[in-house]
Design a protein around this ligand. Sequence first.
Ligand SMILES: Cc1ncc(COP(=O)(O)O)c(C=O)c1O
Length: 406
Amino acid sequence: MKKEPKIESATVRAEYAQHVVPSYKRSATAPVLVRGKGSRVWDADGKEYLDFGSGIAVNCLGHAHPRLAEVMRRQGEELVHVSNIFFHPKQAELATALVQRTGPGKMFFCNSGAEANEGMVKAARKAGSGEGRYEVITALNSFHGRTLGMIAASGQERLREGFGPVMPGFVYVPFNDLAAVEKAIGPKTAAVMVEGIQGEGGVIPATADYLLGLRKLTKEKGVSLLMDSVQCGHYRTGRFQSYELILEKAGKREKFLPDAVSMAKSLGAGFPIGAVWFGEKLKDVLGPGSHATTYGGTALACAVALEILKIIEEEKLAENIAARGEELKRGLAQLTGKGWVGEVRGYGGMVGVTVRGRTHAEVAEALAQQGLLVVPAGSDVLRFLAPYNVSMAEIEEAVRKVEATL
Ligand SMILES: Cc1ncc(COP(=O)(O)O)c(C=O)c1O
């Protein structure tokens, strides 16, 4: 076999500096990653890392899963893309599978999380347009994406700096504060949009009472309830949707079904796909010609997403990540108060640790030196976003690597 020439990290970094827009916070020593397998990745110099960043909550099956590689090859040879003015069976099958797991309704397919949220907000505005309702209430500290619409929607001022004029129609209120939402709802309100667990904001779960209160309030006021499940959904917490887990943990038996749920990240496990589930209220609002995207729900993307669902179910990976997440939390909690380790929170493959005495970026770099990749969030949190097929031994290894940085 022909030997591939060695990739020089310095050359790759220099090419980035010259030809890639510097919009991402990348440290000068960030690894040049060239290969992955399961929970591990390797850089160009052969250094091995345990990848608990998972491409920011994306690679739910780890790296180079053989069944995903195979489905991509098979579908690639059969049919990759046709226009959405035609039908194809994979989109039908995926829509059915996602509706079965979420609730009665319909799916819209797109390519990313921001795009899914755009679709959700468009539908809510269209539904409210007859009554002059267009405003969407979102939470402070929330993150909904980087399009012009979603930087306006996100409850973080820094995302908007320099990009004005900002799209009007968004109102921000403190997270987990039902009274603040009630006060903000007015005759122009079309929707309330929240994350089940704020991800970029620092792994902050909604409370069960907040979610149930939002559902009751929005129903009473004729306002849509939109859940941004891009990061916390698709089994990341061990349940299909984080709101199911939050309600279950709180012992709440009430039925909770929002009017729309956005999906991306783990839905494609690294293959770009986004989607929105619309419930009874919104499922037919986006009529012919009202919303579209060329690549939405290609045969290839849908085949990959279907295979991911099959793997998660056949291999009981939701149960696995729920159990491994508890082990990780237990291991990290034993280090609380030592060195930089503060509070440990979250569920399954979405665990956050607050950082004390140092910046989260500094600690992330120290962990990378130990061979553990994690992702900073908020002002002082590190996210541990393990793949769903992570093993107990890998969890223990991650905790040992954390201990080594104290
Ligand atoms: C909760 C949430 N919504 C939306 C997005 C945006 O998704 P994308 O980067 O795929 O556009 C993200 C990305 O981190 C997210 O965490």
